[in-house]
Ligand binder design. Structure first.
Ligand SMILES: Cc1cn([C@H]2C[C@H](O)[C@@H](COP(=O)(O)OP(=O)(O)O[C@H]3O[C@@H](C)C(=O)[C@@H](O)[C@H]3O)O2)c(=O)[nH]c1=O
Length: 190
């Protein structure tokens, strides 16, 4: 299992090892000990999620505010997506910047998205199954979002704008400038 920091170092690409043989392959898709050792802090994932979406579906950008902030470890088990994490920790040198990584069933890559980030993805294949772990339970009161097409974020979502399929909620998410964000990144993992 390999870990690779991205341009925003707190966001990490995880690449599980794949052991192929004549039967197919075997892969450890999650190792808490190795992840914690790489990160240098403890995690406690408590909920697993799965969604399936068709081509052009864009889910995001989403986050939960403290005390329900969520770390996400995300992967794709069918199809291909562009996965995006936006730093919304106001005191961070990369506030408003994002990381975009292609995740697919084929490349088996995972993205570690820490608390303090907004997260979203767009489906680039006919359909995609998206699986992820979170370390805080779903809390609708704390659920917040950001407009995926906020010019201040400048995210290249690859597809033509007319192709996006969004939920009602995601069609009216606020711009970063008016959104409630994470004011203090120091205590996010206390
Ligand atoms: C996220 C979530 C939703 N739900 C319910 C609420 C609603 O009825 C239905 C669909 O919810 P949403 O429209 O919020 O689902 P979705 O747009 O897939 O939301 C997800 O998007 C990605 C990008 C993320 O990063 C996730 O954290 C999550 O916010 O599922 C739960 O019961 N538990 C959950 O953990």
């Amino acid at each position: 299992m390999k870990f690779q920091r991205t341009a925003i170092p707190d966001v990490v690409i995880v690449e599980p090892s794949v052991h192929g043989d004549e039967r197919g392959y075997f892969s450890e898709t999650f190792r808490l000990d190795k992840l914690e050792q790489f990160l240098g802090f403890r995690l406690s994932f408590c909920q697993d999620n799965e969604s399936k979406s068709e081509f052009g579906v864009l889910r995001g950008l989403h986050f939960q505010l403290p005390p329900s902030a969520q770390t996400k470890l995300v992967r794709v088990t069918e199809g291909k997506v562009l996965d995006v994490a936006v730093d919304i920790r106001r005191d961070s040198p990369t506030f408003g910047k994002h990381v975009a990584v292609e995740l697919s069933a084929e490349n088996k890559r995972q993205l570690f998205v820490p608390r303090g980030f907004a997260h979203g993805f767009v489906v680039l294949s006919e359909s995609a199954v998206f699986n992820y772990k979170v370390d805080s339970y779903y809390d609708p009161q704390a659920d917040r979002g950001l407009a995926f097409d906020d010019p201040a974020l400048n995210i290249d979502w690859i597809l033509d704008p007319g192709k996006f399929k969004l939920s009602e909620k995601d069609r009216k998410q606020p711009l970063l400038a008016s959104a409630q964000v994470f004011e203090n990144s120091q205590n996010l993992y206390e």
